[in-house]
Design a protein around this ligand. Structure first.
Ligand code: DQA
Length: 147
């Protein structure tokens, strides 16, 4: 089975971008950690990042056919994108939303998430470890749905 790990805008700069908020790990490091963990759990992953909203929507559509779950850090689109929420609402598997920073401790415009209206779980403020927590949670939700 396959899990999609999707990343929104500016996350290509992870490690260089506001490291006091987002840490020093790069997105390539996150991808390597996710691949290792997914392998241990017996899953394949597809790991993607885009700065373009339409590309993220297209990957969610692809996940409808190919994935049992999605881990998504929609980055700034979290707070703006009804279109990503609508796309996720067409997906039937498990969805876990991840934020590296604790969005609730930050500016008030980061406190609202469209994606949380669909997400089965939300992780915030655990740094890049949040991706691994998200992956574990998706795997558990997928297994529970099979029972
Ligand atoms: C983020 C939080 C968002 O508010 C922000 O726009 C991001 C990253 C996080 O991972 O903490 O780009 O999703």
């Amino acid at each position: 089975d396959t899990i999609f790990v999707l990343n929104g805008p500016n996350l290509n700069l992870l490690g260089k971008r506001q490291p006091h908020i987002y840490g020093h790990e790069t997105l390539a490091d996150v991808e390597a950690d996710c691949r290792k963990l997914a392998g241990e759990l017996g899953y394949d992953i597809r790991f993607h990042q885009s700065n373009a909203e339409h590309q993220i929507i297209d990957w969610i559509h692809e996940a409808r056919e190919k994935a049992v779950g999605i881990v998504i850090n929609p980055a700034a689109f979290t707070h703006t994108s009804v279109a990503i929420l609508d796309a996720l609402n067409t997906f039937e598997g498990a969805v876990v939303e991840v934020h590296i920073s604790n969005v609730h401790k930050r500016e008030s415009f980061r406190h609202h998430s469209y994606v949380s209206l669909r997400a089965d779980g939300v992780i915030a403020g655990c740094g890049t470890l949040g991706y691994q927590l998200g992956l574990r949670s998706v795997v558990e939700k997928v297994a529970a749905a099979k029972e």
